[in-house]
Design a protein around this ligand. Sequence first.
Ligand SMILES: Nc1ncnc2c1ncn2[C@@H]1O[C@H](COP(=O)(O)OP(=O)(O)O)[C@@H](O)[C@H]1O
Ligand SMILES: [Mg+2]
Length: 256
Amino acid sequence: MLIEANALTKRFGGLNALDAIDIAVGDRELLGVIGPNGAGKTTLFDVLTGVVKPTSGRVTYAGEDITGIQAHRMPHLGIFRTFQRASVFRELTTTENLIIGRHVKIDTNLFDDLFLSAKCRKQEEEAREKANQVLNFIGIQHLASQFAGTLSYGNQKLLSLGVALMGEPKVLLLDEPAAGMNPTEINKLMTLVKELKKSLMTIIVVEHDMKFIMDLCERIVVLNFGSIIAQGTPQEVSHNEDVIRVYLGNKATKRC
Ligand SMILES: Nc1ncnc2c1ncn2[C@@H]1O[C@H](COP(=O)(O)OP(=O)(O)O)[C@@H](O)[C@H]1O
Ligand SMILES: [Mg+2]
C-alpha cells in the first residue's frame, strides 16, 4: 500500500472529527471518499497532508512514517491537494498562478536569482513549458493571460487543479473538485481525472456528485461522524444498508 492510516484520530474539543480510522490506499488507485457534511472528509485530507496534526494514530507513505509532517514538506514527497473552494490568486493571471504552483520544484537560492544564473533561467523556462502543458491539459489556454479573479468559478476550480499538477504529483487529493461546477464542466473534469489516473497517479477524491464517484472510483470509503461505516466497490457501497440509511437521512439537504 502506498498510503496507510492506522487508528487515525482527530479531536476538536469534545468532537471526534476522525475516530480511529484505518485506510489503505494502493499505488495508482483512485479511491473515493464520501459521507454527509461534517463526516470528517476534509479533516482526513488535512491530517493526511499535514495541515492539522492528528490527535493520535499514524500515517505512512511508501512505508515511511509521515505522521504530523508539516504541510509545506508534502510537495517534496510528491503529495498535493486541492481545496473545497477554488484557491487561486485572483490578482494574478492564469499562467502566473500556474508558475507559482511550480515553486516547489525550484531549488535556486537568492544568489542564483540575483545573478539570473543559468540554472535559474532553465528552471523558469521549465516552469513556463510546464504551465503551457497544464493549460492545454485542463483546456483553458484561451484564459492564459486573464486575471484568475475574472474566471468563472468552475474555471477557477480547474485552475486550482492545474496549480496542483504543476508540482507533478505522485499522489493527488481532491476535495470536492466538482463542487460549484456546471454539468459540462463536471464532465470535462471527469475526463481529466480519468487521464490523470492513466498517467499512473494515485488519487483520493472527496465528492458529493454521485455520478462522478460511481463512474470513476474503483473503491469507495464511506465516512459518517468520523468513522468508516462502509467500504468497497461502487456496487457494494451503493447496496450497503448503513450507507442507504445515512443517505436517506440526509436527503433533505440533498447532500450525499
Ligand atoms: N478547525 C476545527 N475546529 C473545530 N471543529 C472542526 C474544525 N474543523 C472541522 N471541525 C468539525 O469536524 C467535523 C468534520 O468536519 P469536516 O472534516 O470539515 O467534514 P466534511 O469535510 O466531511 O464535511 C465537523 O463537525 C466540523 O464542524
Ligand atoms: Mg469537507
